[in-house]
Design a protein around this ligand. Structure first.
Ligand code: IPD
Ligand code: CA
Ligand code: CA
Length: 270
């Protein structure tokens, strides 16, 4: 691994862990929850904001010439400058779970440059599981290499999706989810897109689809999926980029099937 990549990876892992510690402390001490931006289902807590502040401060101190796009301080509609290395950060992914006491949420950091992810770290906060990947260096969980599943049959597949904030996309997602339930082995909804992607990388899920992502939800997870041997694309099968709202991530053999189900849903319900 070249020296720069090693430096970025070390920073991503250290900062993700430090932010996860902070989120755990906030959970223990109590947080205040409020609705964000007028959308009744979109919540933000004091832990999201504190983690955002900490991560930004750490990354900009380490890399003053990099940019940071972090959910709680990003401008609406902010776009990436591909020539500036940019940390795309979700300081707390799974805020609905967090606010309801459900212990499934993560801190997610991905560094992108020239249209590609370079390093990624996702910390599953309550288990202290650190998922990470670096371009060309594989995907890892707490020092163990990760590999996507080998499943080829949709009927045996465990597939996951989550619920977006847009009511229209939610409706479409229910139709896709129904296909996962009726045509696959089982369907899951974890409430953290970043963790859904890490679980695909680990081979615990065979696929994960989200129909309404923001860049920070998947900027780290897609590198984990790719480095573990899977595919992460938009609805047409093109490599996912942070500008895409739709993400289809699978182990590879199941990709065409899942894309075809999405197309069916779009034609019938869209
Ligand atoms: C949410 C989660 C959820 C996804 C939503 C996201 P947040 O992120 O990733 O799984 O379906 O679209 O907004 O708000 O908890 O950071
Ligand atoms: Ca998120
Ligand atoms: Ca978040």
């Amino acid at each position: 691994m070249n020296a720069d990549l090693r430096l970025y990876l070390t920073a991503a892992r250290d900062v993700a862990r430090e932010a996860a510690d902070l989120v755990r402390r906030h959970r223990a001490e109590g947080v205040s929850v409020r609705v964000k931006g007028g959308e009744v289902r979109e919540l933000v807590t004091t832990a999201d904001e504190a983690a955002d502040e900490l991560i930004r401060a750490r990354l900009l101190a380490l890399f003053p010439d990099h940019a940071v796009m972090s959910e709680e301080t990003a401008h609406a509609g902010a776009t990436l400058d591909p020539e500036t290395p940019t940390w795309i950060v979700d300081p707390l992914d799974g805020t609905s779970n967090f606010a309801h006491g459900l212990p499934v949420f993560s801190v997610s950091l991905g560094l992108w440059w020239q249209g590609r992810p370079l390093v990624a770290a996702v910390c599953e906060v309550m288990r202290d599981w650190l998922f990470w990947a670096a371009s060309g260096q594989g995907a890892w969980l707490n020092g163990q290499p990760l590999r996507v599943s080998r499943e080829t049959e949709a009927l045996h597949a465990v597939l996951a999706s989550d619920w977006t904030h847009s009511p229209e996309r939610r409706r479409l997602a229910t139709h896709l989810f129904a296909r996962f339930v009726l045509r696959g082995h089982a369907a899951r909804s974890l409430g953290s897109a970043a963790l859904g992607l890490c679980y695909v990388a680990a081979g615990w899920l065979d696929g994960y689809v989200n129909l309404g992502l923001d860049p920070w939800d998947a900027a780290a997870g897609v590198l984990l999926v790719q480095e573990a041997g899977g595919l992460a694309t938009d609805a047409r099968g093109q490599p996912w980029t942070p500008a895409q709202e739709i993400l289809v991530a699978t182990n590879g053999p199941l990709h065409a099937t899942v894309l075809s189900w999405l197309e069916e849903v779009w034609e019938e319900e869209g």
